[in-house]
Design a protein around this ligand. Structure first.
Ligand SMILES: *Cc1c(COP(=O)(O)O)cnc(C)c1O
Length: 347
């Protein structure tokens, strides 16, 4: 098995990271003249904490990990992109991901000139096997992306199959848990001690209701996290995001209450959507959205009909294994009712 060091791109391994003014001074200061900031107070005239210490402490307590095992990004999207830049040599290495899945893995692969190898899920139930994923790997495969619950299909990936990959793949395994809070499933964060090449992504964008502030989290070994910290922009999490995140995270009870409402609407919508004549199939979901198959190839028509009534869903009919499908998020009861009545009225 390769060690982490040998999987890091050579240029990143020997990188001397930029050292910001606020990296070089720690302690109490009453006169700050080190960062060429404007001295007059605007609430925002000072650079934010480049290490996000207070925010990391807070997240550490909630997630029961040490701050050293946590990287914060400008959305999970930053963590995805940095993963390519840390581990993958352009035009040489490749990554493997399930198909269909979250589109950003492939976009970041292309941006970084890394071959992207999609492995089709089972067309009936969107399940996968470790062996199909392992078959797509070779000695230039640096990372495997597993999204669970998966976007856009909504299902959890089989845990035993994920463990098989963790036990046998000689590289980095990224498990994207953006929708974990909706699933009732145990996070893979608990497996970080056992698997030194595992990276788990979570986000404030979904269950926590913080999509607007852009805060993504990566959990991994201290060694792996140290590379994310070297490569990131020094002040990647701005002051507004850090303070808003602290507020959002201090209201966990409120989040849980809203989560319960979303889950009960998910149960209701699963039943009600299946009773709609134009709906052929509703795929079971452990996330906060449903993939819905529309009858008689009329997905585009239904999509347009909804838009006409100012209801916007995601048209996934051109995505592999999703032909005829729309993806709809679970909304408020009133929003869900409007969607249902539109779908029932569609002819
Ligand atoms: C929504 C989503 C994210 C969140 O990305 P952010 O950049 O943190 O908003 C990550 N992964 C998947 C699979 C998603 O669907």
């Amino acid at each position: 098995m390769r060690n982490i060091e040998s999987m890091i791109r050579p240029c990143i391994f020997k990188l001397h990271p930029y050292s910001s003014a606020r990296d070089e001074f720690h302690g109490k200061a009453s006169v700050l003249l080190d960062a060429n900031e404007n001295p007059f107070d605007t609430d925002y005239n000072r650079y934010p904490d480049p290490h996000q210490l207070e925010l990391k402490e807070k997240i550490s307590r909630i997630k029961r990990v040490r701050p050293e095992n946590l990287f914060l990004g400008n959305g999970s999207d930053e963590a995805i992109d940095l993963s390519f830049r840390i581990f993958c040599n352009p035009a040489e290495d490749n990554v493997v991901a399930l198909n269909p899945t979250y589109g950003m893995y492939e976009v970041c692969a292309e941006v970084n000139d890394i071959e992207y190898r999609p492995v089709d899920l089972n067309a009936e139930d969107f399940s996968f096997t470790a062996s199909s994923v392992m078959k797509a790997c070779d000695d230039r495969t640096k990372m495997i992306f597993l999204c669970s619950p998966n976007n856009p299909t909504g299902n959890l990936l089989n845990r035993e199959e994920i463990y098989k990959i963790l036990d046998s793949f000689d590289g980095i395994v990224i498990i994207d848990e953006a929708y974990n809070d909706f699933s009732g499933e145990k996070s893979f964060i608990g497996d970080l001690d056992k698997y030194s090449r595992l990276i788990v992504f979570q986000t404030l964008s979904k269950a926590w209701g913080g999509a607007g502030i852009r805060l993504g989290m990566a959990f991994a070994s201290e060694e792996i996290i140290s590379y994310y910290n070297r490569v990131k922009y020094p002040y990647n999490i701005n002051r507004l995001t850090q303070s808003a995140a602290l507020k959002i995270l201090s209201e966990e009870e409120k989040m849980r209450a809203k989560l319960e409402r979303i889950l009960s609407e998910r149960d209701r919508m699963f039943v009600e959507l299946q009773a709609v004549p134009t709906v052929e199939k509703v795929y079971p979901s452990k996330a906060n959205f449903f993939l819905i198959k529309i009858k008689e190839g009329r997905a585009d028509d239904v999509y347009g009909y909804l838009i006409n009534d100012e209801v916007v869903v995601r048209n996934r009919t051109n995505v592999d294994l999703c032909s005829g499908c729309l993806r709809v998020a679970v909304g408020t009861p009133a929003q869900n009712n409007k969607l249902l009545s539109d779908l029932k009225n569609f002819k």
